[in-house]
Design a binder for this molecule. Structure first.
Ligand SMILES: *Cc1c(COP(=O)(O)O)cnc(C)c1O
Length: 402
């Protein structure tokens, strides 16, 4: 159904096969080389931007280490992520606390560790920042349209109306904080580049009115993530995103473009992952059913949570591709009937697929291993491995032998 070579070169495929063949399934292999390529490409596409990697998308130590070496900064969601990043000797001035939902004690914790950049979208949170992180730079996240063109929307839960953002930035100044800028996230895997245009226009309006009416000069725009990984549905190339978004910025801000932050997660790490599962059972629900149910040992609870509502559609390949195929329903191994990945989307797999065969889920580097449950039905969390130029490492950064 899918042409593997559209997603991964023969050479990288062979490297993956050689490295992974002796590991038990289900497992996830992350190719650091791919992440590096994507990071360099992003830097080249947005030479003026500061990159803050959204750690939650793949918090594996080998990934953080490499991005640190490449000069990335880090967007952090919790004190636990903060600890793991600081443990790698990453300086707190390269860290932004991007979660708008946080406890007062967590703000204090970040401040005590040296972090001075905080996101907010509410009065109460801002009060806490003023109290526990005095003098810090704050940026306010605005609501953007809940567009249907993002495959994994992030817009409803976070952000506030621009009118409220205005009030919050005034409140920030009045409480001794540094009003730094505006942030937004147009939705993850955003396929409509025009969504950035609307958000930048709202930002421009806030910049102007705050300066004109309050004398507050903001200096930063955080444009979030939203750039695509390579799943089934086609998207524009990253270069297309970059040239369009740069044009929107120039249209609104002319030659006076503020400092720009990007917080990529999915677009950096998504393409780097291959999740290997094993077919546990193939069955039909009646004697003449055309569709096979293919149950395999990975599912919603150990890696494939983003198949919720069939939102993210991963390409799936097998060792038997190229011959006759038939429709399947793809399901996971647990006793929860929600543990079905694709039923409406008609996946096809080889008719000679057998129990024990492997399925390779491509583009599974983002929001997979760290989103797995601890031991639902007793199944352990999926093991993630990181392929580097000098061997294979586990998520904690220890070298592993196959
Ligand atoms: C999750 C998240 C990101 C990463 O978004 P992607 O679409 O995966 O690139 C960036 N910023 C914030 C605040 C996030 O919560």
């Amino acid at each position: 159904m899918f042409n593997r070579s559209e997603y991964i070169s023969d050479k990288e495929w062979q490297r993956f096969r050689d490295a992974s063949e002796n590991f038990a399934t289900p497992n996830l292999f992350i190719n650091l080389r791919t992440i590096k390529q994507h990071f360099v490409q992003l830097k080249d596409s947005f030479p003026y931007a500061h990159i803050y990697y959204a750690v939650k998308s793949n918090p594996g130590v080998p990934v953080i280490r490499m991005l640190d070496e490449l000069g990335s900064n880090f967007d952090i969601a919790s004190r636990y992520e903060l600890d793991s990043v600081l443990a790698l000797n990453i300086s707190p001035d390269r860290i932004s606390y991007g979660n708008t939902i946080k406890k007062a004690l967590d703000i204090k914790y970040f401040y005590d560790k040296g972090v001075r950049m905080f996101a907010t979208d509410s009065k109460e949170d801002l009060k806490n920042i003023a109290k526990y992180a005095p003098g810090s730079r704050v940026y306010v996240r605005i609501l953007v349209e809940n567009s249907s063109t993002a495959d994994w929307p992030l817009s409803r839960k976070f952000g506030c109306h621009p009118d409220m953002a205005y009030d919050l930035l005034v409140q920030a100044r009045d409480s001794g904080l540094t009003p730094y800028g505006i942030s937004f996230h147009v939705g993850s895997q955003q396929r409509d580049i025009g969504q950035w245009n609307d958000a930048i226009a709202k930002t421009k309006y806030l910049y102007e009115s705050l300066e004109d009416e309050e004398g507050i000069k903001l200096t930063m725009i955080n444009m979030g993530g939203g750039f695509p990984a390579h799943y089934i549905q086609p998207t524009n190339e990253l270069s297309e995103y970059a040239s369009e978004i740069t044009r929107y910025l120039e249209d609104d801000f002319g030659s006076d473009i503020p400092s720009i932050i990007l917080e990529p997660g999915r677009s950096l790490v998504g393409d780097s992952g291959i999740l290997t599962s094993e077919v546990v059972l193939i069955s039909r629900k009646n004697n003449t059913a055309l569709q096979r149910w293919v149950y395999q040992d990975s599912g919603k609870f150990n890696g494939l949570i983003e198949t919720l509502d069939e939102s993210i559609k991963y390409p799936v390949v097998t060792d038997k591709d190229g011959g006759r195929e038939g429709e399947v329903i793809l399901a996971g191994p647990t006793c929860d009937s929600a543990d079905i990945m694709y039923e409406n989307e008609k996946y096809k797999l080889p008719v000679d697929l057998k129990i024990g065969d492997k399925l390779y889920w491509l583009t599974t580097g983002a929001y997979t291993s760290s989103y797995a449950s601890v031991n639902f039905n007793g199944f352990p969390p999926i093991q993630a491995y990181y392929m580097t130029e000098d061997g294979v490492y586990d998520a904690a950064g220890n070298k592993v032998e196959s």
